[in-house]
Design a protein around this ligand. Structure first.
Ligand code: ZN
Length: 254
């Protein structure tokens, strides 16, 4: 966790930089459950956790076959962005400088209209496939078509390597470059909003500390208490789908 590249600290003439850290709670209204949080589905089901644990995945073809079936039936493919995702995209669309740091892999921020370059995906994206051999990236949809056509464990068409979703599995490290971008946004922002995250896992927790140390106003929107509530300038417990649009609207006025 030593990544700390040169942070961008330029202040924008368009107003304060808002950094939004989003966790599973922002996507539950879209029908996507919390898989990987401390109370997440995977954490409480050892068999399911194996499907997303790097060593098991790489060493066991049966785990990979089951993983591909799990991906085929993921609720992500039918999920639509909800009012909270849309409010974030609208804030950015209005010209406010916004960076989203997300623990989610569902791509719903981008589906709501947020440009890719504004979204830092700490845990990667389930909409992309990466080869563990040559690291080539391809769309998940194409791989799932191959699975549907009968390839139980499709291999890389470039090198024959093992394919996986471009997400950070248990047992894998976060991409240092992605983490560096998140640290940079936390340092540079004027307002740091933590939305739908329990702030009980790294790097989410340390990003909050970095933002506050660098003078950001901290707003926490989460149904349950977090370890950082005392540090926050504002804590909101109301449902995210209602409270976040109102909060961002307020920020937009200033
Ligand atoms: Zn390959």
């Amino acid at each position: 966790m030593a990544a700390d590249p040169q942070a961008t600290t330029t202040t924008s003439p368009r107003g304060p930089l808002v950094a939004i850290l989003s966790g599973a709670g922002i996507s539950t209204d879209s029908g996507i459950p919390d898989y990987r949080g401390p109370q997440g589905l995977w954490r409480n089901d050892p068999e399911a956790e194996k499907l997303v644990t790097y060593d098991f995945y790489m060493s066991d073809p049966d785990i990979r076959r089951r993983s591909w079936q799990m991906r085929r039936t993921s609720p992500t493919w039918d999920a639509r962005p909800n009012a909270a995702h849309e409010a974030v995209a609208q804030l950015e669309g209005s010209g406010k400088p916004v960076r989203v740091i997300t623990q989610n892999v569902d791509g719903l921020h981008q589906l709501a209209g947020l440009p890719d370059r504004k979204v830092i995906e700490l845990h990667g994206s389930s909409r992309t496939v990466v080869c563990t051999g040559c690291e080539v990236r391809t769309p998940m949809a194409a791989a799932l078509e191959r699975v549907a056509a009968g390839e139980a464990d499709p291999e890389c068409q470039e090198c024959g390597g093992i394919l996986k979703s471009a997400t950070v599995m248990f047992g894998q490290s976060l991409d240092p470059e992605v983490l560096g971008q998140a640290v940079g946004a936390a340092k540079a922002c004027d307002v740091f909003l933590a939305v739908g995250t329990s702030l009980q896992v790294q790097p989410a927790a340390s990003l909050v500390e970095i933002a506050v140390e660098h003078g950001a106003r901290l707003i926490i929107v989460n149904a349950e208490p977090t370890p950082y509530d005392d540090l926050a300038d504002e804590v909101v417990r109301e449902p995210i789908g209602e409270s976040l649009p109102a909060l961002l609207d307020e920020l937009h006025q200033h």
